[in-house]
Design a protein around this ligand. Structure first.
Ligand code: AP5
Length: 257
């Protein structure tokens, strides 16, 4: 037998033995999840087929960190209302001008500013075909009710629970890479190199004082949001390592399809 035939035979046995996709030679979902956790590009493990997910939790509970992993895992469109609003403020758009003051003080921007933006974005074709991961919305009962009225119903609402003291530590230690958008923490997830460290930035609302206002806003609204999704909201311990949190979220989402 020729060498090439022998190689093909060996490849086929490996594929069968480890249940790998035929000749794609990509690992199983755990391998890809690990790639995602390590920040390397990972192909989505399954066609999301329009998976619709809301992720909620207090400021700095780890929503953005988990979204980095979830969007790689499932190929979902990640919609962060905080990021959208910060971009609008930076660009000086009409929405940005309206949102700026509330954001700088740690308060929520008014419902009428944010609801229209989110509904329009969810109606775009990429959200329809890839599915979506809504991060930071809805944050009030009015926002949840508007989604419902528009017929926008999530497959699952994931709620990350972290005690307030831990949240403050996470807020003040958070740093962001403006080039890659990656989220770091001075203690828990320090940058990989001096080059990255030199370009990290800190959000204007990431001070202890503003974080306390943000937490207060969160606690006064979350119960009402929770009750809008009773029966479809799953709570997760957000205090464990990010890989552990991710594994638990993944188990929950994998059960949907
Ligand atoms: P937004 O940007 O949504 O802020 P937030 O909800 O306060 O959430 P954060 O982005 O602060 O935290 P996160 O949960 O994403 O945590 P992260 O993963 O970064 O909103 C900002 C503002 O916009 C609001 O205050 C409001 O004004 C306005 N706004 C937005 N949406 C609105 C809406 N719908 N209605 C009205 N107003 C709206 O993690 C935090 C840190 O912890 C990082 O350093 C990270 O590295 C670290 N970390 C994460 N996971 C772990 C872990 N498991 N262990 C240890 N450290 C961890």
């Amino acid at each position: 037998m020729q060498l090439s035939s022998l190689l093909l035979l060996a490849l086929a046995s490996l594929t069968h033995a480890y249940n790998l996709p035929a000749f794609g030679l990509r690992g199983g979902s755990n391998d890809r999840a690990r790639s995602a956790v390590n920040g390397r590009a990972a192909a989505p493990t399954m066609a999301s087929d329009g998976l619709k997910v809301i992720i909620c939790g207090a400021p700095a509970s780890g929503k953005g960190t988990q979204c980095e992993l979830l969007k790689e895992q499932y190929g979902l469109v990640h919609l962060s209302t905080g990021d959208m609003l910060r971009a609008a403020v930076k660009d000086g758009t009409e929405v940005g001008l309206k949102a700026k003051e509330a954001m700088e003080s740690g308060k929520l921007v008014s419902d009428d500013i944010i609801i229209g933006i989110v509904k329009d974005r969810l109606a775009e074709s990429d959200c329809k075909s890839n599915g979506w991961l809504l991060d930071g919305f809805p944050r009030t009962e009015a926002q949840a009710k508007e989604l419902e009225a528009a017929g926008i119903v999530p497959d699952k609402v994931l709620y990350l629970e972290v005690p307030d003291d831990m949240l403050i530590e996470r807020v003040v230690g958070r740093r962001l890479d403006p080039e890659t958008g990656k989220i770091y923490h001075v203690k828990y997830f320090p940058p990989e190199s001096d080059e990255v460290a030199a370009r990290l930035t800190q959000r204007a609302d990431d001070t202890e004082e503003k974080a306390r206002v943000r937490l207060e806003q969160f606690h006064s609204n979350m119960k009402a949001v929770e009750s809008c999704y009773a029966g479809n909201i799953v709570k997760f311990d957000g205090t464990t390592k990010k890989e552990q949190v991710f594994d638990n979220l993944k188990k929950c989402l994998d059960e949907i399809k």
